[in-house]
Design a protein. Structure first.
Length: 401
């Protein structure tokens, strides 16, 4: 009995000793390039390191590295869970063949840096990274992410690079208030990626596309973004980029505003303004797209162009002024929508009307005989008898019934 009491007392003493022992305390480590040559540099405020890599190499988990104003020409690999923070004027410039910042450990935060003249501005090679308040320019890829998840990117500007944000094989990425402009290819490129949100950004004046999704589908949301004056596509979804949502965006000034291609099915466009493009919305070999509560009028060539695409819908929207072209077995179901100036329906395509639609129909090519010479049938499907309310001779009618 006494022996057990001694053992229990000893265990209790060790527990108290363990609980009262001081744990590792996160440090603040300072960096200032102007302190080069200081024989006493130790990362303190009085004797800061003169390079970011030196600070990282001497940091421990949860430490904060504060980087002073100046230009730092080293390539930095962050291989521990720390925060590296500049003051907004801190420049990291390793040269065009180097990577400015490589994140090689989970739970790293990079904040307040200007990055320029690098192969990649930031290469993310770990999960749970946070990138805040960055300016990146003159890089091959501003931000490069491959096969990682849970990455938060916010208040980042990327210009004059080849690709703004390049992401492949990844998931659960958020881009908030990202500006990617004047890049050689894309503002944002997603490949084989899912469950991402692009919120509140501006993607303009890129030489190819504002936002490009390739084989990327499943809960990708593009919301409240401004996408203007990209040379080819404002937003493009190709090669099985399905089940995504475009909400509250403005897309203008491109050859194709919204471009859906090659089995990129069941995407939704809602509450958006897609106007002033050569073709506002182009859908080719895709089914089940929905356009709702949106303004898609004023396209230079077409408002909407469908090719070999079925089960597409436009609801509570305006597609005027401008034209809609349905070709090669395409169909469009229009509900409570204004479609004006040349709805062209050829090669076994269909325009299906629900509730009300304002529509003008002409032949393709134009005919002097007007609508009587077009192949048109309007069917009331509210009942069970599919009553024909208008039919031309091709469908067994002669005039309105």
């Amino acid at each position: 009995m006494g022996r057990y009491s001694v053992v229990m007392a000893a265990g209790f003493f060790l527990l108290i000793l363990f609980m009262s022992s001081p744990g590792a305390v996160a440090r603040t480590i300072y960096v200032d390039v102007s302190n080069h040559g200081d024989p006493s540099m130790n990362g303190s405020a009085a004797h800061p390191y003169d390079g970011i890599s030196k600070a990282v190499d001497n940091a421990s988990t949860s430490d904060l590295v504060i980087v002073a104003n100046g230009t730092y020409n080293d390539s930095v690999t962050i291989d521990r869970a720390i925060t590296v923070r500049g003051n907004g004027s801190t420049v990291v410039s390793p040269g065009s063949s180097g990577v400015a910042i490589t994140i090689d450990e989970n739970y790293v935060t990079v904040d307040g840096l200007n990055i320029t003249h690098a192969k990649y501005g930031i290469e993310v090679s770990a999960d749970h990274a946070t990138l805040w308040n960055l300016t990146i320019k003159n890089c091959q890829h501003g931000i490069h992410i491959q096969s990682h998840s849970d990455i938060a990117i916010a208040n980042v500007t990327i210009t004059d690079s080849k690709e703004g944000v390049w992401i492949t094989g990844s998931s659960y990425i958020t881009l908030t208030d990202v500006e990617a402009t004047d890049n050689e290819d894309d503002g944002v490129y997603l490949s084989l990626t899912d469950n991402c949100t692009i919120d509140g950004g501006r993607f303009s004046d890129n030489d190819q596309r504002g936002i490009f999704l390739e084989s990327s589908g499943g809960d990708i949301v593009i919301r409240d973004c401004e996408v203007r004056d990209n040379d080819y596509y404002g937003i493009a979804m190709v090669s099985d980029s399905s089940g995504n949502r475009i909400e509250g965006v403005t897309v203008s000034g491109s050859a194709w505003g919204l471009y859906f291609f090659s089995n990129s099915d069941d995407n939704t466009v809602i509450g958006s303004t897609v106007t002033g493009n050569d073709v506002n919305i182009y859908i080719r070999n895709c089914d089940g797209e929905t356009i709702k509560a949106s303004d898609v009028g004023g396209g230079t060539t077409r408002n909407i162009h469908l090719f070999n695409s079925e089960g597409n819908r436009i609801i509570d929207s305006d597609a005027l002024p401008g034209s809609v072209l349905l070709e090669f077995q395409s169909d469009l179901v229009a509900t409570n929508t204004s479609i004006w100036n040349e709805v062209i329906d050829d090669e076994d395509s269909r325009l299906v009307v629900k509730n009300w639609v304002i529509v003008r129909v002409v032949t393709s090519p134009p005919s002097s005989f007007g609508i009587e010479d077009a192949d048109v049938r309007i069917v009331d499907r509210n009942g069970t008898d599919n009553r024909t309310v208008f039919a031309t001779p091709h469908f067994g009618g002669t005039n309105a019934t």
